[in-house]
Every structure is written in C-alpha cells, then in structure tokens.
Ligand binder design. Sequence first.
Ligand code: SF4
Length: 290
Amino acid sequence: MAQEFFESLVACIRKDAEAHPGQSIDPEVLREFMGGAHSTPENAAAAPRPTPTQTPLPSPRPAPVSATPRSIPRPIPAPAPFPGREQPQNARIAPAPVAMESIHSLDELHPAVLACSRCPLAATRHNVVFGEGDPHAKLMFIGEGPGYDEDMQGRPFVGRAGQLLDKMIAAMQFKREEVYIANVVKCRPPGNRVPSPDEAAACIGYLKKQIALIRPEVIVLLGATAVNFLLGKREGITRLRGKWLGYDGIPVMPTFHPAFLLRQESAKREAWADLQQVMKVFGKVYRRQG
Ligand code: SF4
C-alpha cells in the first residue's frame, strides 16, 4: 500500500510540475509533511525540480452555494463583529466584555478574550486559547477550535494535529513564529464537538478583530467549520478546498484540517497542492538543503 500510495503521489507531483513549471518541491520538507511509513527519501527524491519562478495570485472568487453537509452545522447569518457592548439580539449570547472599536492591538484584545464568558463554553474550558504568532504575519492559519491539549495549555494547535500543522508550515518554508494561528472559537467545545452556531456567533467577532489587526496577505482556512463560520459557505471542504476565496479583501485558501489529514493520509497530497498555491503567492520555491 505504501509503495502504491507513493507511486500515485509522485505521479501527482510530476503532473503538477508539468502543469506549473515554475513550482518545484523540496523532497525533505515534503517527506516531513507526509511523514510516517509512507514516505521514503527515495520516493521523495523522485519529485521533479523545475526552475523556480513566481506565479501571480489568482483573483479570489466566490464558490457557489449548495446543500449543507450533515456534519456541518447550519451557517450563521454573518454575525456582526461586536459593534459595541450593547446586548445582542440572541438572548443566549452575553454582551461582549469590551467594545471592539476601542481595541487597537492584539495586546489589548487578548485580556478581553481571556475574560470572556459570552457563551456556555466558558463554563467548561480550562484555558482560553486566544491564538499566537507574529502580530504582523503575512500568513494566517485559522482552525475550528481548541482540542484537549490546546485547552490544557492555552495555545492553539499543540496536539497531534498541531504537530502536523507545524510540518505543513515548515513544508511551506515558513517558521511557526512567522505566521499567526487562531481558531473560530477560543474555548474548547466539550468532547471536541463542532462549535454550535450560537457559540461561533458569540466568538467570531474576536477572530474578525484579530484578522483586522493582523491584516495578513493570505489566510488558510483549515477545515469546513472555519470556512462555514468565517465565510458563510455551506459546501463541504472537499468541494471548497484548493479554490481561492476572499475575506475582507484578503485571499483565502481553504484546505483540509490537520486532524482530518491524520485520519485520512491520502488527502495529504491534495492539501499539499493547496499549500503550494499559497506558497506561490509568496514566491516560495524549491530549496534543497545540504
Ligand atoms: S468561546 Fe469565545 S465567546 Fe465563548 S466564552 Fe470562549 S471566548 Fe467567549
């Protein structure tokens, strides 16, 4: 199976290289991203190395809307990013602890989120997971919400999925501290369930404020929940991934969540293709080490 998988992967890479002669692939980082028994230096080294060039970013374009997958909750109706401290219409959502207009930096936003109890997730969390990274990052990753490890440590993407995200970031020739990592909800939904629409509506203003303060050049949305709640898209991630979307003038690339990639290793080659599109925006090209 491993040999068969890699033969198909190498074929995929070769096909992509033929289609995009300016893009090349580092076998080392690709092997690290792919990981495990499926990867061998010999297989990775089989990837072609065309001459690097920079490819212009395609214009963000909206995807058509279709039926909601059963695993994804109904989309929220574009909640307002905390216009102030007034009582929200939904009685289950408490007022924001501070008016967003009065916040001008992540350092100011952070304590407000730490003190938040707008939604029921506050009652079961161990830690608020605000997000972390370069406050001036060019690249931002947005996931669904904290899991067990993140809840215990108060940091985003530090469990197994986080370790895979680290490899994805490294494969893209970035360092984790150069990017910014955040989630739709800042507190762990019990049992790692998908955040409810009310919970997401209560929390999404914090994420939107983070995006507004950071103003990254590209956002990578990890999984359907992030796409659903930030962009209001109702399609599954399988249909949305790999296609440029947009948020507030910022190009957005949806791809699979690392937790999904841990369960579905064969999807890594599609995720890698998505990440390569992002790499092209930054002129990232093959660089053999050693
Ligand atoms: S999930 Fe968001 S809105 Fe809910 S309590 Fe945590 S920080 Fe507040």
